[in-house]
Design a protein around this ligand. Structure first.
Ligand SMILES: [Zn+2]
Length: 504
């Protein structure tokens, strides 16, 4: 998909409103990007509460200068560490209320892992992406427009301070271009998302009246890998199972005891291999049973998603595999089972000639609508049992070791279920139309994001609907070192949110 900046309107003509917003960006790009860079310079890791507060103050100030009303910090009931920032623009005569959500905290950083010349909280401008051979360049003087193919590198550049600033600038662009939102707008910026949103429900629970709405628009995550804008109607749930299998009580000389004594690493390898076939399909009994089938509309939407499998295989550096049952878009609409990590003995410099005493794997389970996270964990446990394992939830005793040739210790983590909003809702149709009005290219409609967000809390505590509208480039290195945003994605994001604020 060409990502070239469009100068000829017949190629990518948008609605007149959107072109006014584009015009506003073009005329104000230096002040908009200066403000963004200042925002990115404030460290935003959740446990750094002093700096988190500076971020919240920065946002409040940005809201106040834009004339947004009722600006305030919303605190959880049990801690004063991380507030969410709230504000509103109530429009006389508007019948509906939309809450725009983004988060201002970012993932923890390991500065030494960032590329040469980069520091997580010292934003720099680059020509192209660094991975594609781009280089650091100077910010242009105010007389020179930005090249929108340039990128800004900093923690939070895409995930998710770009969301905060795109939303605020969308409102600004509407008002300052002499237009008016068609809906009441509420702004909600969370500061604890990357740390698990542990206190979000307390904020929702204590502010149910303030946070009444017809819809939450969640701005987080990347646009489609094809470069097309996307609207996402759900997120997957997530939970984990850790399994440890046991051999002898002390490490054994592999020459004296090899082939005779049990080898936990080999046992674990076999156990894990029994969970999946070569097509990537999980073979655990009943694994897919609870999945609510996709609706006709969702199936149709998936058929229209441009396939990016080959592009991504090339980008990610692995060969085409025989996957009979699903492509990438199909895979994320099913529950998954993956191994996050495995441990048993050492390799390389840490290797020794032993048979280890135990082997452990962390299994990651992503869930889709219909799955219950506790039930999904149980299916894995039942499968392990069916492979002849004695199941325990603590270290095995000597008696158990003497009695059972195969012992598996299970450690369960918490989890949450998937969430999905129907594409058929009238407000969902309005969202699709609004985003489509910003581009002549097809908008990708995704029944669910591959990733997980605890969106169920909005449903549970506010009975609210959510739709996710991401803006970042897919190669933004979100959660990793060298996080970045392409300026064109940022500008397109402002246009997208402006269109949503003026939805018809
Ligand atoms: Zn995020």
């Amino acid at each position: 998909m060409s990502a070239a900046v469009c100068f000829t309107h017949f190629l990518c003509a948008q609605s007149a409103d959107v072109l006014k917003v584009r015009n506003y960006f073009e005329n104000n790009q230096h002040s908009i990007l200066n403000e963004f860079v200042s925002f990115l310079s404030i460290p935003n890791v959740t446990n750094d509460s002093a700096n988190i507060r500076r971020n919240a103050d920065f946002i409040m100030n940005a809201m106040n200068t834009r004339g947004i009303q009722n600006v305030q910090l919303l605190y959880p009931t049990t801690t004063k560490a991380v507030p969410s920032v709230y504000g509103e623009a109530l429009i006389p005569g508007a019948a509906q209320t939309i809450i725009f959500y983004a988060h201002y905290d970012g993932q923890p950083v390991i500065p030494s892992q960032w590329a040469k010349g980069l520091a997580p909280f010292t934003p720099v401008l680059t020509k192209e992406s660094l991975e594609k051979g781009g280089s650091i360049i100077n910010f242009p003087p105010s007389s020179t427009p930005y090249d929108l193919q340039n990128r800004i590198y900093a923690r939070g550049a895409s995930d998710d301070k770009a969301g905060v600033m795109a939303i605020l600038n969308a409102y600004d662009a509407i008002v300052k271009s002499g237009m008016k939102p068609t809906v009441n707008i509420k702004f909600f910026f969370e500061g604890e998302e990357e740390a698990g949103s542990d206190h979000l429900f307390e904020i929702l629970q204590t502010n149910t009246a303030l946070l009444q709405s017809d819809l939450w628009i969640i701005c987080d995550g990347p646009v489609h890998q094809s470069g097309l804008k996307q609207v996402v109607f759900g997120v997957r749930g997530d939970t984990h199972v850790e399994v440890t299998v046991y051999g002898s009580k002390r490490p054994l000389h592999s020459g004296h005891y090899g082939n005779w004594a049990p080898s936990p690493a080999m046992m674990l390898a076999k156990l894990l291999a029994s969970m999946k076939d070569d097509n990537g399909r999980v073979t655990i009994k009943g694994f897919y049973d609870d999945v609510i089938p996709l609706t006709a509309k969702e199936k149709k939407a998936l058929e229209l998603v441009p396939p990016v499998d080959e592009q991504m295989q090339k980008e990610l550096g692995f060969a085409k595999r025989e996957m009979k049952d699903f492509n990438l878009a199909g895979a994320i609409n099913l529950p998954s089972l993956n191994i996050n990590g495995m441990q048993s003995g050492g390799v390389g410099k840490n290797a020794s000639n032993v048979i280890t005493t135990s082997a452990t794997a962390k299994i990651d389970l992503r869930l889709v609508a219909g799955n219950d996270w506790k039930k999904q964990q149980q299916k894995v446990i039942t499968h392990i049992q069916a492979q002849g394992y004695f199941i325990t939830y603590k270290e095995p005793t000597d008696e158990e070791r003497a009695k059972y040739p195969k012992i598996a210790k299970i450690e369960l983590s918490g989890g949450y279920n998937a969430q999905k909003t129907s594409m058929n809702l009238p407000i969902a149709q309005k969202v699709i139309a609004a985003v489509q009005s910003t581009t002549k290219e097809q908008v990708v409609l995704m029944p669910t994001l591959g990733g997980s967000l605890p969106l169920f809390v909005f449903e549970k505590y506010l009975n609210a609907k959510t739709i996710t509208v991401p803006i970042a480039n897919h190669d933004n290195n979100q959660h990793a070192e060298n996080e970045n945003i392409r300026l064109l994605n940022f500008r397109n994001g402002i246009e997208t949110f402006a269109a949503l604020m003026m939805m018809k």
